[in-house]
Design a protein around this ligand. Sequence first.
Ligand code: AWU
Length: 462
Amino acid sequence: MAPSSSSSLQIAMYPWFALGHITSFLHLSNKLAERGHKIFFLLPTKTRTRFEALNRHRDLIFFIPIPVPQIDGLPAGAETTADVPFQSHPLLLTAMDETKPVIETHLRNLKPQFVFYDFSHWLPLLARDLGIKSLHYCTISPAAVGYLLRPPNSNLKAEKRSLTASELMKPPINFPDSSIRLKAFEARGFAEFGEGRDSFTERMSLCFGECDMISFKTCVEMEGPYCRYIEQQFKKPVILAGPVVPESPKSRLEDNFARILDGFSPNTLVFCSFGSECRLEKDQFQELLLGLELTGRPFLVATKPLIGAESSPIESAFPEGFEDRTRGRGFVTGEWVQQQLILDHPSVGCFVTHCGSGSLSEAMVTDCQLVLLPNAGDQIINARLMGGDLKVGVEVEKREEDGKFTREGVCEAVRVVMEEGSVVGEMVRENHRKWREFVLSVGVEDQYVKEFVHKLQALLDT
Ligand SMILES: C[C@@H]1O[C@H](OP(=O)(O)OP(=O)(O)OC[C@H]2O[C@@H](n3ccc(=O)[nH]c3=O)[C@H](O)[C@@H]2O)[C@H](O)[C@H](O)[C@H]1O
C-alpha cells in the first residue's frame, strides 16, 4: 500500500548508460535524499565505482548493480557511451532494452512509488502494469528537446520521412522566440543521422508520450518558455527539478593536478574538457591544442582524441614541437579527471566546454569565463542557449563548409572572454555572475525541490 502523500517517497532511478545522464540523476538523488526520500539507483555494475564519491547519502541512496548484456558488436565489458564510439550507441540502447526482465524483477521486489528514467521507452508501460508512477527525467534541455524532437503530431510519420536539413535549420512552429538556430552543416549532420535518428526519435516520442509526468533539470527563469512548449506539444505535465546545483564530490583533488593548478595565479588557467563521450578527430584535436598554445595562457586539456590504436599514447597525436613549446604551461591528458574539483580551483579562469548538460550545470556555479565548443546533438542547442539567449559565454566559430573549428577560432574565443577590457568578455562575465547568484541564492533550489516533491506526492493521490 503506497504511503500517504505526506510521508517520504521511495523512488527507483534508471538513467541511460551515459556518464552525463547517470551524473545528472545522481545529483537529483542527492537533493531528494537530503530531504529524507529513499532512492534505489539502478546502474551498470562496473560503472558504479565511478559514482561512489558522488553519493552523499549512503543511508538513503542504494546503488543496485545491473549487468549489461553482451550484444554482438559491443566490445566485451562495455557498459556506457564512454566505452564505445558514437556509432555503437544503438547497440548500447539494445543492451539496455534487454535488461527489461531484470528491471521488472527489481521493481516487483523494491515496490517503489515512482520510477525515473530517460531512454528506456519500455519502462513507463512496465511501471504502469506494476502500479508504479513513471517520470521521464530528461537530462537534455527542454530547448534541445523542443527544437530537435519536433512535435509528435507532425506529419513526418504519415509521410514516413525524416526532417530535411533545411527544415532543421529553422525552429518548429510555435517554438519560443530565441536565438536558437542550426547552421547548415549542423542541420546536415542531424538529417544524415537518418534512420538511426528516426528510431531514436521514435524512442524519445514514446519516452515522452507514455510517462505520467515529464521533468527537466532547469528553472522557469532560464527555460520557462521551452518547458511550456514541451507541455503543449506532448500534452503532459512538465515539472521542474530546478537548477539541481551539483555539490562538490567528497573526494580531494588528486596531488598531480593540485600541483599543476597550484602553480598558477588565480583565474589564469584555461581548463578544457569535452565530457565522457566526445572523441575529437586528430586534426581537430591538434587545432584545439594549437589554439590554446596561441593564447599564450596556461591550459589543461582533459579529453581522449580518436588516435590510431586505443593503446597509442596521447602524445602521439600532439602537433609537431607542441610539447617543447608549451612545457610548463600546457598540460594534456586523455584520462578521466575530477572535473568539478578542477573547476573549483582558484587558478582556473576559463572553461572551454562541449556544452554537455552536466558540465554546463557545473560551469554555471563557478566564476570561470565560458568558451562554448559543442561537439554534437543537444550540445549545439545548449551552446546557442548559453551564448545566444543567456549570453553567459562565447561560442567558437566553425567553418560553414565543413563545420570544423580552427586554432585561430579557439584562440579568439578565449581572448574575447579573458582579455582585460574586452567589452564582450565583461558582458558575459556579468551575465554569468547574475545567473550564478540566482542559481545559488538562498531558497531557490529548496523551493524548486519542495515543489517538485509536492507534485510527485499529488500524482500519488490521483
Ligand atoms: C545529457 C547528455 O550528457 C552527455 O554526457 P557528456 O559526458 O558528454 O557530458 P556532460 O553532461 O557534461 O557530463 C559529463 C560529466 O562527467 C564529468 N566528467 C567529465 C570528464 C572528466 O574527465 N571528468 C568528469 O568528471 C563532468 O563533471 C560531468 O559531470 C552528452 O553531453 C550529451 O550531449 C547529453 O545529452
